[in-house]
Design a protein around this ligand. Structure first.
Ligand SMILES: Nc1ncnc2c1ncn2[C@@H]1O[C@H](COP(=O)(O)OP(=O)(O)OP(=O)(O)O)[C@@H](O)[C@H]1O
Ligand SMILES: [Mg+2]
Length: 722
């Protein structure tokens, strides 16, 4: 634990250029305790560090100081985070503070099948874990020349989905540069020492928080705090979570209620707003002067949801979950940040993404729902939620309160969660799915035979803990060889050109296998829309729409028949999980066909009961998979390769084939593309020949200035094609 309360002034640090003044302008003069410790342990001498400390304890500045030193001395720094939102947040700070020191800061989070050549000129690169994995798969040269890698939220190493990516990425970077400085930062974890050993790093452990955190359990009409004290809470609504939240609001704070289901988030928020319509006392407590979400009513899509968010905001209440579209989430977050919303009911996705603290965090349940089952959340998850409590500069203290349903639960919450310590972070590298993907990635990045592959895996946390997973690696190589993705001899192993392509496309080797098999059965120039979509999305890389349970049996029967038609022997070749997945895929194909047939988005959402955020995820994943399938078709000289590239645009934009060209233009989405088409603009040429005035006159709602941009772009595209 941090032993010192020693003051270290920023002035005493050997900082490059104007960094000292820039930090002072931001109000940073003294170091926070974990920062003092990091400097003492050699942060500014290029030592590797593992920093395990609470939310808001200033880990970002630790990363920045390391990056500043590297950049100012002509080196290259890379920052890795699990979410785009975190990458962008850090990039803003790095631009402001590193560019005056000669930093050339670049961000890349987008599509995986890109080498992003412009990154070579940057000396401070911020990316997600997966983006870096993708760059490594493309054998991007500058990656051989990295001096510092900052790993943010390093406890993700223990995540069963993202962990193997992160672990292998770090292992590969370490293999590529002997004296790489690794600064791994994480929330409090009990086995930070193990991570430090893995990385050859010094350890900085601290439990210091800028705003102290008090934790308690609510049961009955009381909160029992962690110091044993008790507090009565008023009965505003009779719903425990709301009453605990309102108790903080009554004292001038804001409250964040975490619930485990989206529906619950909407229900609780609605109930509170509903009560406030009739109860003056609640209205006084909550209602803002102006509705902060007025802007949402101007949108032409997602009308129902926008009206609901707006109505709740009038009473100072909001909800937030992954089903909301990105713009809706952002609007809610901003309103909460501006303190206009007093109570926000959210699912845990909020805690992982943006930095949105509140005076009081209310944990509505210690259970999580998935697939109809409820399982207890981990202590680490609870600590993550609780960590959102307390806004620096606004709250003297943050409070986290777990709501218990009975006395037993209350006791358990206190012992297991509040006084409990988070679970250790353990390697999840050895699962079939993770190894398939990572072994192919490592082989494809050309590390030099079996020896090279093993050298990389020796640098993983898994190998450091349990020894090299030799047998697993060999088994995986054999599987990849069966699919035709690698070729191996004694001591040698290399990726085939197909294998390299699959690694670059960032799809599961089994996904590639399914696609290749489907393509080899249908060797026509155009495929049936339905077949092409099904083959593209029947895999675990896709995001599927969940059918209503009552349809499942019927869909599974349909799926079996359909798969037989595709040449599968469903009895001997496929297990129950593949068939259930096929049923979901068939259902999702219907959704995608509606989308491509230009059914209005709101109609699709209502028909299938999909939330906007999920719908976006479904179409994006499908577009990516169709692209991947197109690339495999091109690689194997399949006659449908050209048509599949049209299909990719159709899926991406939700349009029929005849306007695929038009959606390439700026300001032209699926709706305007159809309007243009109806007005007689059938292709890029006809738009390029038009005058902006003509275009504006024929397309309702299009101004002349926009029309001019569109015509310009069309002319450029036509030119390029010549
Ligand atoms: N030495 C300092 N003096 C004053 N303010 C500081 C100092 N160091 C950091 N801060 C501020 O404190 C906040 C700490 O946030 P930071 O992003 O570093 O938290 P973190 O440790 O990364 O937490 P999390 O685990 O939530 O990511 C930032 O707003 C930052 O500007
Ligand atoms: Mg951080």
């Amino acid at each position: 634990m941090s032993s010192v309360m020693e003051q270290v002034s920023v002035d005493e640090l050997p900082l490059p250029g104007r960094l000292r003044e820039l930090l002072a302008e931001m109000g940073i003069r003294e170091l926070f305790p974990p920062q003092v410790e990091a400097v003492k342990k050699g942060l500014l001498d290029g030592r590797s560090l593992v920093v395990s400390s609470p939310t808001g304890s200033g880990k970002s500045l630790i990363a920045l100081l390391a990056a500043a030193r590297v950049v100012a001395s002509g080196g290259r720094a890379v920052y890795l985070a699990p979410l785009r939102s975190l990458v962008y947040e850090r990039a803003v700070e790095w631009r402001r503070l590193l560019e005056p020191l000669g930093g050339r800061v670049a961000v890349a989070t987008g599509d995986y099948d890109r080498t992003e050549p412009w990154l070579a000129d940057a000396n401070a690169v911020l990316v997600t874990y997966e983006k870096l994995d993708s760059l490594l798969r493309h054998r991007v040269a500058w990656l051989n020349d990295v001096d510092l890698v900052v790993v943010d939220e390093a406890h993700y190493v223990g995540d069963s989905r993202r962990g193997p990516v992160l672990e292998t990425v770090i292992a590969r970077l370490k293999t590529m540069s002997e004296d790489l400085q690794v600064v791994a930062m994480s929330a409090t974890i009990p086995n930070a020492e193990e991570l430090a050993e893995w990385l050859g790093a010094e350890l900085v452990v601290s439990d210091w928080r800028p705003v102290p955190l008090r934790e308690g359990v609510a049961y009955g009409s009381r909160i029992t705090w962690d110091d044993g004290s008790e507090q009565r809470i008023a009965r505003y609504t009779g719903t425990a979570s709301l009453d605990v939240a309102l108790d903080a609001v009554a004292e001038g704070g804001q409250a964040l209620i975490f619930v485990n289901r989206r529906r619950k988030a909407v229900e609780l928020a609605s109930r509170l707003a509903e009560l406030a319509t009739t109860r003056l006392e609640l209205r006084r407590l909550l209602a803002p002067e102006d509705n902060p979400l007025g802007g949402l009513l101007e949108r032409s899509e997602h009308r129902e949801l926008n009206r609901l968010l707006h109505r709740l905001a009038a009473y100072g209440v909001g909800f937030h979950h992954a089903g909301l579209a990105a713009y809706q989430r952002e609007a809610v977050e901003n309103a909460f940040r501006r303190r206009v919303l007093r109570v926000l009911v959210a699912t845990p996705t909020l805690a992982a993404g943006v930095n949105l603290p509140a005076r009081r965090v209310v944990v509505d349940s210690m259970y999580r729902y998935s697939g109809g089952k409820s399982t207890p959340i981990t202590v680490a998850e609870y600590k993550q939620l609780a960590g959102r409590a307390g806004r620096p500069g606004l709250d003297r203290e943050g409070e986290a309160v777990i709501v218990a349903r009975d006395r037993r639960q209350a006791l358990h919450a206190l012992q297991a969660y509040i006084h409990g310590s988070p679970e250790p972070v353990l390697s999840k590298l050895v699962s079939e799915k993770a190894l398939r993907s990572q072994v192919l990635a490592v082989v494809a990045s050309g590390v030099g035979g079996r020896g090279g592959v093993k050298k990389v895996f020796e640098n993983t946390l898994y190998a450091k803990t349990y020894g090299l997973p030799d047998a697993h690696i060999e088994k995986t190589i054999r599987l990849l060889e069966d699919i035709g993705l690698v070729a191996s001899g004694s001591g040698t192993v290399e990726a085939t050109s197909l294998g390299r392509r699959v690694a670059e496309l960032y799809i599961d080797p089994l996904t590639a296998k399914t696609m290749l098999r489907g393509l080899s059965r249908i060797r026509t120039k155009r495929m049936a829309l339905h077949d092409a979509l099904f083959i593209a999305i029947w895999n675990t890389d896709s995001v599927l729409v969940r059918p209503p349970r009552r349809l499942m049996l019927h869909l599974e029967a349909e799926a079996e028949e359909y798969l037989e038609g595709l040449g599968y022997d469903t009895y001997s070749e496929l297990d129950a999980a593949s068939i259930a997945l096929a049923a979901q895929a068939l259902y999702t194909v219907d959704v995608l066909v509606d989308w491509i047939m230009e059914t209005p988005e709101d109609e699709i959402l209502a028909k299938y009961g999909i939330d906007p955020g999920d719908f976006r995820a479904v179409t994006e994943a499908a577009a990516w998979l169709v692209y991947s399938m197109q690339q495999l078709a091109a690689e194997t000289k399949h006659p449908a390769a050209h048509w599949l590239s049209l299909l990719e645009t159709m899926v991406k934009h939700g349009v029929r084939e005849d306007v695929v060209e038009l959606v390439k233009l700026p300001h032209i989405g699926r709706v305007r593309a159809r309007l243009l088409n109806r007005a007689g603009f059938m292709d890029l040429h006809s738009v390029a020949r038009a005058s902006p005035e003509e275009l504006a006159a024929k397309v309702p709602g299009l101004g002349v200035a926009r029309a001019a941009e569109i015509v310009q772009a069309a002319r450029r595209l036509v030119q390029e094609r010549r």
